[in-house]
Design a protein around this ligand. Structure first.
Ligand code: DQA
Length: 147
C-alpha cells in the first residue's frame, strides 16, 4: 500500500506559526512520526508540501495509479479552491481531509470546506493525532478491516 500526504500553504511554517492554534511541532516532526507509524503498519508513505495551488493540483492528478490513498491538509485552499476539489473528483484515489485545528470553532470563513463533499471524511481538531488517525483509518479501509 502507498500513501501520499499532501500539505498546503503555510504548513511549512509549523513550529513557529501561531503555536497557540497549531501547536509546537514542525512539519518535519509530524512527517517523521507518520513515517514511523507507516513503517510499523508496513505501508509506504510519501510527503509533499507546497504553497502553490497548481502544484497541489498536479500532485493529486499524478496520484492516480501511483497511490492508494491521499491524506490532505489543503490548509487555506480548503475554503476556496475549486481546482483542488475538481482534481480530487477527477481521480479514483480516496482522500481523507485533515486539519490540525477544529475549523468549525474558528472564524466563520473556515467553517466551510469546498473539498469535504468529495473526500471520504474529514478529521480536524486533534493536531498531530488528526494525521495519525487519518493514516490508521486509510490503512484499515485499504485492508478492508473493520473501522
Ligand atoms: C488548517 C486550517 C485552515 O483554516 C488554515 O488555513 C490552515 C491550517 C489546519 O490544519 O488547521 O492553514 O488547515
Amino acid at each position: 500500500m502507498k500513501i501520499l500526504v499532501i500539505n498546503g500553504p503555510n504548513l511549512n511554517l509549523l513550529g513557529t506559526r501561531e503555536p497557540e492554534i497549531y501547536g509546537n511541532l514542525t512539519l518535519e516532526k509530524i512527517n517523521s512520526v507518520l513515517l514511523k507509524r507507516a513503517q510499523d503498519l508496513n505501508v509506504e508513505i510519501n510527503f509533499f508540501q507546497s504553497n502553490v495551488e497548481g502544484e497541489i493540483v498536479t500532485q493529486i492528478q499524478n496520484a492516480q495509479n501511483n497511490f492508494d490513498f491521499i491524506l490532505l491538509n489543503a490548509a487555506a485552499f480548503t475554503h476556496y479552491s475549486i481546482a483542488i476539489r475538481d482534481a480530487i473528483s477527477a481521480i479514483n484515489v480516496p482522500v481523507i481531509e485533515i486539519h490540525l485545528s477544529n475549523i468549525h470553532k474558528r472564524e466563520e470563513f473556515r467553517h466551510n470546506s469546498v473539498i469535504s463533499a468529495v473526500v471520504i471524511g474529514q478529521i480536524c481538531g486533534f493536531g498531530l493525532d488528526s494525521y495519525i488517525s487519518a493514516l490508521e483509518i486509510a490503512v484499515r479501509k485499504f485492508r478492508g478491516e473493520y473501522c
